[in-house]
Design a protein around this ligand. Structure first.
Ligand SMILES: [Zn+2]
Ligand SMILES: [Zn+2]
Length: 292
């Protein structure tokens, strides 16, 4: 993918909570593996959690799997070639079968890509996945964006740590002017009372994915002045995030248990995760390690 590459210092940064393809409110999360071929440090996170809307996730998945159908047709072509050459002893006919499978494979891939494109809306940035996580190189985290609007929003969310290239500065200036010309309608002011710690806790434990949970936790930590309540919410979030890892650890013993916990500790250290949550998760994992 081409896109605009934006870099931030460090491995902790904010992800705007909107669809990176069309800008709609997200209702899904995507665990996006690091792009192949990216020059990442060995301790870079292996993946990035990003929000997505379900419509864009559908067209992006259809686009990405276009190659799978055509590969299947090519495999059939090769098998037909081998069978006809060996069993019927007609190598020329086998070769023709193989050659015939190539245009069929192209047609299959083309049909899938057209279907993916038909699923896009006018505001979609790309028929495929609209961003690529290129990992952490020891100093900087790089992400490539197909949507310039989303790239600008990402830069605005990470003021102070984003690397302001001339290209990005021009984009941000254009984005600011566009917004002045088309004022966004003021958000309706919610008159409901601020959530109680118990309500925050329910939001955090019921969140559908890690991104929604971490967003809820960050909001709760900003909203709650009481230290004990904040600590309780961080512990609750850590418990949910580590539930699978710790239950698997309990089923293991000896060297394999230590290996499993060491991998989990490295993943938490590398992850883009709010600082207090990271500290709480590391403490829980290290406690499990000490008893291993
Ligand atoms: Zn979308
Ligand atoms: Zn889209």
């Amino acid at each position: 993918m081409a896109g605009l590459i934006v870099q931030v210092t460090g491995r902790r940064f904010a992800i705007p909570f909107e669809c990176p393809c069309c800008g709609a409110p997200p209702d899904q999360e995507l665990h996006l593996p690091r792009a192949r071929g990216a020059h990442a440090a060995p301790d870079s996170a292996a993946a990035l959690d990003v929000p997505y809307c379900s419509r864009c996730l559908r067209h992006a998945e259809a686009w990405d799997t276009a190659g799978v159908g055509s590969a299947f047709v090519l495999v059939l072509g090769v098998l037909a070639c081998i069978l006809i050459s060996l069993v019927v002893a007609r190598p020329l006919l086998g070769l023709i079968a193989l050659l015939a499978s190539i245009p069929i494979a192209l047609v299959v891939a083309g049909a899938r890509r057209r279907r993916a494109k038909a699923g896009c809306t006018e505001s979609c940035a790309s028929p495929g996945i609209a961003l690529a996580y290129q990992g952490y190189n020891g100093t900087l985290t790089s992400i490539a964006f197909e949507s310039l609007t989303y790239a600008a929003r990402f830069a605005e969310h990470n003021t102070g740590i984003v690397l302001e290239t001339p290209q990005l500065r021009r984009l941000l200036e254009g984005h600011r002017i566009a917004r002045l010309q088309v004022p966004t309608p003021a958000a309706a002011v919610s008159m409901s009372a601020a959530p109680t710690p118990a309500e925050w806790r329910a939001k955090i434990t019921a969140a559908k994915g890690p991104l929604a949970r971490r967003t809820a936790l960050s909001r709760a930590l900003d909203a709650l002045p009481d230290d004990a309540a904040r600590r309780d919410l961080v512990a609750a979030a850590a418990e949910v995030e580590l539930a699978d890892t710790l239950s698997k650890a309990r089923s293991l013993s000896g060297a394999s248990k230590r290996q499993h916990l060491e991998a989990a500790i490295a993943a938490v250290r590398a992850d883009n995760i709010p600082e207090p949550l990271q500290a709480a998760e590391l403490a829980q994992l290290e406690a499990a390690m000490a008893s291993a």
